[in-house]
Design a protein around this ligand. Structure first.
Ligand code: WT7
Length: 634
């Protein structure tokens, strides 16, 4: 096992080493893994095309490094503690040995259903241990998993299936979410009406919701593993073989499939988990994310398991059946590291301190946050009332594209500052540039956050469209990876993430492209044109504010807004529903037809003067009309 950083001086030393000699730095960490063949070269890269390769020609399997590596020392250690949605239902504890068996068995079952190395498999499942088994089984046989959050609509699901020509979908009969049961197999059925690549669907029985099993296509999970061997030798993978695809929204068009590969991702998630959370062997670690997001991939499944950690998986939601549910679980399992999102913190804070009263929370050692900038208020509440002032907060900044955490304190080591992600992890070289791409050197500067040197966990491409990867991340500023985030480096050299500088809205830590939401709104036959912006929302961080030009001749405004929300729900999923819709007579556009979002953003927050130069607008009067109608937004 690689050494853990213990002190601030140790961090500074490791950081310098990682910059001066990245090859040595990363190969020393990589050496602690089991490779079937050692790499020939640590790194080959250029950020023009771009082309990034780590641990070239190394051969390995990531699940070997979770299971075979730990079987003798950690076989009986709990790998997963699973807490169901309903507190009355018994929890499950699954040891490394047991998880290994289930993974091998399901890997064999996938093969028996015709899956081969390189095939793409969509996982559209609830938060049950079998979802982790599914991911690991894919990795075991070299199939590429693409987990789709089970709250996405049939339309979003079929887009993703089609984009990667998935051969199989893994799902369940239903999904328990708080008081609701969502029939997700029906969603899969609907999605498959507009796809042709899927040959088989494996259905895990969870809710006993009646489903329609299509003969020859659909098979129950328990039937698929019936009589199947629990022994399996993992496929040999190249370092740069694809491990998974995860779709994420950008500022234009449809979501793109972010591609992560095997060797670098393994080394990076292992190293960052160990150091950021300062995980120790007996600790119980809990990340509340869903496996449908990158956080669930890197810090529920791969990062913790590569460290032989005990990772808690929770099926439910923070407020069901009561707003103390998270704290109840912390006490029940004596959770030591707790990792959640600012939106959850704010939502729970809104219930006051009473829901915390019955619980001791004295097992907690480290608190984490991720997904969006955390406001100072929420940071203090988390620190004082959840952590009782005892626990360092790791504000971890990263992205689907980065694979793992890039800027974050190391728990208990890096002095924290409320709302600051603090300092880059070893191996991470941030650079701040102005809009023309000039580097802003020194401290007390603010600009666009880029990274100038590769790290092992970074994306390699966007599935099926490398040019899109280049365009989106590597073309804005020559020779740099552009994150899309604004950042400040303060007088101490600490980084504070200021939020997106592109047309991306961060709603409850979920990334929404404005163009994607607009396209969905425009699908409603009575919508002529729309423009979407983000605005500050007390719980969600940002809410979605939609301006729409509509034909109101045959329905009320209220009904039309309802229908628009339904349309968005159907096309993307409920998470993309606009919080506010304002029906407008026109949109502010430049003479070349570009919507001036800057103005719409200001109106949404009630700043109705000081628009700057609007003389280039096609129809300046329209701004006045939108301001007048602002109170009709609902
Ligand atoms: C965007 C990435 C990384 C997993 C969750 C979201 C924002 C993320 C922080 C943080 C401020 C943050 C950024 C980033 N973000 N973490 N600690 N402080 N902002 O993954 O959907 O890929 O979104 O989330 O804007 O670009 P994602």
């Amino acid at each position: 096992m690689a050494r853990r950083i213990h002190t601030l001086a140790g961090y500074i030393h490791e950081y310098q080493r990682s910059v001066l000699n990245p090859d040595d730095f990363w190969s020393q960490i990589a050496e602690t893994f089991h490779w079937r063949k050692r790499w020939d070269k640590v790194l080959e890269w250029e950020f023009e095309t771009p082309s990034v390769k780590w641990f070239l020609n190394g051969k390995l399997n990531i699940t070997d490094n979770i299971f075979e590596r730990f079987l003798y020392t950690k076989g009986d250690k709990p790998a997963i503690i699973w807490e169901p949605n309903d507190p009355e239902e018994p929890h499950k504890v699954i040891s490394y040995k047991e998880l290994y068996k289930q993974t091998c068995q399901f890997a064999n079952a996938l093969k028996a259903q015709g899956i081969q190395k390189g095939d793409r498999i969509i996982i559209y499942m609830p938060m049950v241990p079998e979802a982790a088994v599914a991911m690991l089984a894919c990795a075991r046989i070299g199939a590429v998993h693409s987990v789709v959050f089970a709250g996405f609509s049939a339309n979003s699901l079929s887009d993703r299936i089609n984009d990667c020509s998935a051969k199989m979908v893994l799902t369940s009969d239903g999904n328990f979410r708080g008081a609701k049961t969502i029939p997700i197999k029906d969603v899969v059925d609907e999605a498959l009406e507009s796809t042709s690549s899927v040959e088989k669907v494996i259905v895990y029985e969870r809710t006993k919701t009646p489903v329609n099993m299509v003969p020859g296509r659909d098979i129950w999970w328990h039937d698929a593993i019936d009589g199947i061997s629990t022994e399996n030798t993992a496929e040999t993978m190249d370092s740069e073989d694809m491990l998974f695809i995860l779709y994420t929204s950008g500022s234009t068009g449809k979501p793109k499939g972010i591609v992560h590969t095997t060797g670098g991702y393994m080394v990076y998630t292992y190293y960052t988990f160990k150091n950021v959370f300062q995980y120790r062997d007996e600790d119980i670690y809990w990340c509340t994310a869903d496996i449908g997001w990158i956080t669930g991939h890197s810090y529920i499944v791969y990062g913790p398991m590569l460290n032989g950690a005990t990772t808690l998986m929770f099926e439910g939601v923070p407020t069901h059946p009561h707003p103390g549910r998270f704290w109840e679980i912390v006490d029940k399992f004596k959770v030591n590291q707790f990792y959640t999102a600012p939106t959850a913190i704010r939502a729970l804070e809104a219930f006051g301190n009473e829901p915390l009263q019955p619980y001791k929370l004295d097992s907690l050692k480290v608190l984490g946050t991720v997904g969006e900038p955390i406001n100072e208020e929420a940071w203090h509440w988390y620190h004082d009332h959840v952590g009782k002032g005892r626990c360092p907060i790791v504000d971890t900044w990263w992205q689907t594209e980065t694979g793992g955490i890039l800027i974050s304190p190391l728990a208990g080591i890096t002095p924290t500052k409320p709302a600051y992600a603090t300092l880059p992890l070893p191996g991470v070289q941030p650079i701040i540039v102005d809009n023309d791409g000039n580097e802003l050197k020194g401290n007390s500067v603010e600009g666009n956050l880029c990274i100038k040197f590769p790290w092992p966990g970074m994306l390699r491409t966007t599935y099926g469209d490398h040019e899109r990867c280049r365009q989106t991340y590597f073309s804005q500023y020559k020779g740099l990876y552009f994150t899309g985030d604004g950042v400040k480096r303060d007088e101490d050299g600490y980084y504070r993430i200021l939020g997106r500088v592109d047309d991306v809205i961060n709603v409850s830590g979920h990334r929404m492209g404005t163009a994607e939401v607009e396209n969905a709104i425009n699908e409603h036959p009575k919508v002529i044109e729309s423009a979407v912006v983000g605005y500050p929302h007390p719980i969600k961080g940002q809410g979605i504010y939609a301006y729409a030009i509509c034909d109101l001749s045959d329905r009320s405004e209220e009904n039309l807004k309802k229908e628009i929300r339904l349309t968005v729900s159907k096309i993307i999923g409920p998470i993309a529903k606009p919080d506010k819709i304002q029906i407008v007579p026109g949109l502010p556009k430049t003479r070349s037809g570009k919507i001036m979002r800057r103005i719409l953003r200001k109106i949404a927050v009630g700043e109705v003067d000081n628009f700057g130069d609007i003389s280039t607008l096609l129809d300046p009067d329209v701004v006045e009309k939108i301001i007048e109608g602002k109170d009709t937004a609902s």
